[in-house]
Design a protein. Structure first.
Length: 399
């Protein structure tokens, strides 16, 4: 089963431009139903994969229906609402979760064929907090997608209850990670501010191991006092002011959101790249510039965000860009999606990027999904562009 869904996903990745033009009916027939089938559901049995399932409650009188209800032994197990590719899924979350809650359905899915958002509708809290996982077929690793589909949506796992347990495990992990992310800076700041004896001892031992002399507590205390402000980490919520000369200048909401967004990005990043985290209040986060002037960047906008690779030094002859765009087809096939290639001949800089239209800096509930998309893209950028840039470095050195 896993191999079947894996092969199907690989096929979808190769048809990204065609899929982008699908309407909702084509999305259901060409993507949603085949995914169900590869996960063990009998899509021809309308008692098991029931289309246009009517729901009870206030909106039922107005024709409230869910696109698909997955049923086992006449019990509704999963609701799925389908939209066309490119449709803004955020606008449809609340209705799906309301329907699911009214019907007592444990697991709900919202999909536009490319994005698949999974929810636990019966969990406590705001409906926006019930989202547990997001799949992006065009961006994420195929094996990862196949594994998650199998864990959360296969008929065998739904029937056994394992799918719901897997979903609950993800929910608990997210909740735990959220609390850890919020608490770690506070814990570090407490160690620094309270002059924790264990920290003193560790610093003293490490100093002694390096130079052969052991500092006393006054030495360590003086060091921490001098550098305390630099050592303290921003906590969540982000501090609302920064020092500018003798005055205190409040951070704007724009800057606060940028800082918090990129702090969370840095915690999630898995690219192995070295990012410059000294000025997170801007709407971009760059790697340090390399020997050819290249850098990778995360960028966040009021609406949407992007991941890019660009040059910082003057590259008016576009040598690096032309080398990369010559290999465009292979690069995009390896990434699994198309990129924007901006040669930008009127300026000294050029850029290649993947843009995301959904969510944004001021839509806080969109951050987990947007960050996951961007982090996964950056990891793939590093994997796909890295070796090519290294080859270009060698050619430049030899010429």
């Amino acid at each position: 089963m896993t191999e079947q869904i894996r092969n199907f996903i690989e096929g979808l990745k190769k048809k990204s431009q065609q899929i982008a033009k699908f309407d909702e009916t084509e999305t259901k027939q060409g993507i949603i139903l085949p995914v169900f089938q590869h996960l063990g559901w009998d899509v021809w049995d309308t008692e098991k994969v029931k289309p246009e399932y009517p729901v009870e409650g206030k909106k039922a009188a107005a024709g409230g229906k869910v696109d698909y209800c997955l049923r086992i032994k006449r019990k509704s197990e999963v609701f799925l609402e389908a939209k066309r590719p490119g449709e803004d899924l955020e606008r449809h979350q609340e209705q799906l979760l309301e329907y699911s809650f009214r019907e007592g359905v444990d697991l709900a899915v919202l999909s536009n064929g490319v994005l698949w958002w999974f929810y636990l509708p019966l969990k406590k809290g705001r409906w926006k907090e019930k989202k547990i996982y997001a799949i992006d077929i065009m961006q994420q690793d195929t094996d990862e997608i196949a594994e998650k589909f199998n864990q959360l949506l296969s008929r065998d796992n739904i029937e056994s209850g394992e799918a719901l347990q897997n979903a609950n495990n993800i929910y608990e992990q997210l909740d735990r990670q959220k609390k850890i992310n919020e608490t770690l800076p506070k814990a570090w700041n407490k160690l620094i501010s309270s002059e924790e004896p264990r920290l003193f001892e560790l610093l003293a031992e490490t100093t002694e191991s390096i130079c052969g002399f052991r500092p006393d507590n006054d030495n360590v205390s003086n060091l921490l006092s001098i550098h305390k402000q630099k050592l303290l980490l921003p906590e969540i919520p982000i501090p609302k002011a920064e020092k500018t000369g003798e005055r205190v200048k409040p951070l704007s909401k724009y800057e606060e959101h940028n800082m918090e967004f990129f702090q969370q990005i840095l915690l999630k990043d898995k690219s192995g790249l070295n990012f410059d985290d000294k000025n997170l209040k801007k709407n971009w986060l760059n790697t340090f510039v390399d020997k050819l002037g290249m850098r990778y960047s995360y960028v966040i906008y009021t609406k949407g965000g992007r991941v890019d690779i660009n040059n910082w030094y003057d590259d008016r002859d576009r040598y690096i860009f032309d080398k990369l765009i010559h290999d465009k087809e292979n690069i995009e096939n390896e990434l699994g999606y198309s990129l924007e290639w901006d040669r930008n001949d009127k300026k000294q800089n050029w850029q290649i990027f993947k843009k995301y239209e959904e969510g944004g800096r001021d839509i806080l509930e969109s951050w987990p999904t947007l960050q996951d998309q961007m982090v996964n893209a950056m990891a793939r950028f590093a994997k796909v562009f890295g070796p090519r840039l290294e080859a270009i470095y060698k050619l430049k050195a030899e010429s």
